[in-house]
Each structure stands twice: as C-alpha cells, then as structure tokens.
Design a protein around this ligand. Structure first.
Ligand SMILES: *Cc1c(COP(=O)(O)O)cnc(C)c1O
Length: 356
C-alpha cells in the first residue's frame, strides 16, 4: 500500500507568473568581507547585544538556522523554508499556487482560520469539506477527493485546531494519492510534538506534492519569535524562496531560535512537553466531573475542546478566576464549546476550581 505514487512535478501546479518572476536581488551575503554594499550604518546602536549587529541586514534564509531546523525535522536543507511562523508559509504557498479568481484551496472545518484568510487575501476560492463530527471530527477522505476540481492546496491539520484530534493516517494517505498531480497536500503539524503519530515529513522525498508545516511557536515556546518552517520538495522550496520578502527574519529572532535549538535546550523542551502531557491528562480527567461540562473531546494537542451546557456561563466563571480561554460557541458539531490551553498546574487548578 505504500508504493510511491507517480512522481509529478509539483511546479506544474504553480502560478505561471510566479514561475516567471524575476525575484528581488538582495545585497549578496559574504560574511568574509566588510559590508559597504547595503547602505547600513557601520556602528552598532547602544545596547545592541546581538551577535551579528542590528545595524546589519540579516542573512536571508540563515544557513545555520535552516540546517538546524532541517536536522530537527529530518529533511535536507533545500527542502526547508524558514519564515515568520507557519502563517507566513501558508501565505507564501497560497500566493505561489493560487491564481486570483480561478484556483481554490480546500479546508476541512472546523479548523485553523489562516488557511481561508490567506486564500481570501489572494482572491482564491475556499472549498469546505467538513470534518465528520459524528466520527470524532475524522477526515472524510472520500468527500475531499470528490471535491478536488480547481483545488491547488488541500489543508490537513493534524492534530487539528480547535478540535484536538489527530487525523487517521490511512485517510491522509488516500487524499495524498488522489491529489497527486492535481493539488499540493499541506499537512499542518503545528502540534506534532504533543502527538504520538509520526510526522509526514519523510513523505516529501517520495511524493513531491506533499508539504508539511512545522513551527517553533507551540511546544518550543517561541511564539513571540515567529519561526515556522515549510518542508517540501526542493523545487517548491526554491519557488517560495523567490517570493518571501528578502530580509523576512529579524536578527534577534534568528539568534533566539538558534539558542532554542541547542541540544540542552531541546532536552528542556521535551521535559516541558512531558509536563504539558501530564497536565493534559489530569485536566481531561477532572473536567467531566464538573456538572456544567457536557463533553471533553479527546485531544492530542496542548489544548482541549470542551462542550458545556452553557459555554457563556463557563467563560464568565473562568474569567472570574482571572483566566481567558477561547470562545468557540457556534462551532458546527460542538455548539457550546470552549478551547482551553493547558497551562501551569496552578493555572489549570484555578480553571478547574472556577467550574466547581
Ligand atoms: C498556532 C498554529 C499555527 C501558527 O503557527 P505560527 O508558526 O505561530 O504562525 C499554524 N497552524 C496551526 C494549526 C496552529 O494552531
């Protein structure tokens, strides 16, 4: 069942005008020479503690960071684009592959909002194939595959935000097969570190229409730094590198990410992740005992979607304890829903106590 699908050039799916675009030519990167070529000031500003100097334009696609991230995710350096969060990856994929007014993206709601927003900014259509609420928000691969006409990007979010469940690998497999030569399958693994299922990153070498999104914003604790990665076949990455703004990553962000990817920091990240997993189990076990809770959805992420009898009342009680959770009232399939991020043990206790 795993013999490779026929390998089809994913660039055939890209916008012809983007393929033909002459990219902005930024100041060449040659750290062995002193820089009189980019109209920078030659002195650092007072208080600048960065390694490279904030007076200098940063390295586009910083090689050291690309290497580290590629090693972390198990791909080659030319199969990874680093940008300002996965959000930038979503934006670049939409712009590179969807012609305004003609092409579409396919999303499986309820899911992460940026896929549709990026599509609408680009003028692309949005095809919706709902997750199957009756089957725990499972991916409906057959309905996805029946709706691929005009679609250039299929977004699969696993574990899914906001429902928390991971998608069945066999269902994802069926979508990958059906989309070959027709659309890119973009698998958003923002919460992969909290989930036991293996990453789909290994597939990009076999199926060049598979794209994986990863981020340092969640388990790695760097949401404020804005670092996300697109993993894809090298020609797709080369295309995205042509349209990403020339100095997209700020120098302090690059240095923060490099520090966070040191082996010692990665060990600490794993311990923190384990803390979150323990707290997640504790919160998920404690919530059903609350009289106001109707249902706690199974989760493989660092949040839990909870259905209440009256989500508005629960929101107010949680706010009364000084905490804010995400209001998902009106969500198809779980109408009275709140999404609660797993916090510190003390924060989780305050949240649980407020519902007693
Ligand atoms: C948080 C989140 C992201 C955004 O990540 P950034 O890297 O911070 O832009 C992407 N996808 C999903 C599903 C998310 O929940």
């Amino acid at each position: 069942m795993n013999e490779p699908a026929p390998s089809i050039d994913p660039l055939q799916l890209a916008r012809p005008d983007i393929l033909a675009l002459k990219p902005y030519s930024h100041a060449s990167w040659n750290p062995t020479l002193e820089r009189l070529h980019a109209n920078e000031l030659p002195w650092r500003v007072p208080g600048d503690a960065s390694d490279a100097g904030l007076n200098r334009y940063p390295e586009p696609q910083p090689a050291a960071l690309v290497q580290r991230l590629a090693a972390l995710y198990g791909v080659a350096a030319d199969q990874l684009l680093v940008g300002r969060g996965s959000d930038e990856g979503i934006d670049l994929l939409t712009r590179a592959f969807c012609r305004a007014g003609e092409d579409a993206v396919l999303i499986c709601p309820p899911t992460f909002g940026m896929y549709a927003v990026a599509a609408r900014i680009q003028g692309a259509k949005v095809v919706e194939v709902a997750l199957d609420a009756a089957r725990g928000f499972a991916l409906d691969a057959e309905r996805v595959n029946a709706n691929l006409a005009g679609v250039k990007l299929v977004y699969l979010c696993t574990p899914n935000n906001p429902t928390g469940n991971a998608m069945d690998a066999a269902a994802i497999e069926r979508v990958i097969r059906a989309a070959s030569g027709r659309a890119l399958v973009v698998i958003d693994e923002a919460y992969a570190e909290f989930c036991a299922a293996p990453s789909w990153a290994a597939r990009i070498a076999v199926d060049p229409h598979v794209v994986v999104l990863r981020t340092l914003s969640k388990a790695h604790g760097l949401a404020g730094a804005r670092i996300g990665s697109v993993l894809a076949a090298a020609p797709v990455i080369a295309l995205l590198r042509r349209i990403i703004p020339p100095y997209a990553l700020a120098q302090p962000t690059v240095e923060a990410a490099l520090a966070a990817l040191e082996p010692r920091q990665l060990e600490i990240m794993q311990l923190r992740r384990d803390d979150i997993l323990r707290e997640r189990a504790r919160v998920a076990a404690a919530l059903p005992a609350k009289a106001c809770v109707r249902r706690v959805l199974p989760t493989e992420a660092n949040f839990v979607l909870v259905e209440f009898d009256d989500a508005g009342a629960a929101l107010a009680r949680i706010a009364g304890a000084g905490l804010i959770v995400r209001d998902f009232r009106g969500l198809a399939g779980v109408r009275e829903a709140l999404r609660i991020t797993i916090g510190t043990p003390t924060q989780n206790d305050r949240m649980l106590d407020s519902l007693t």
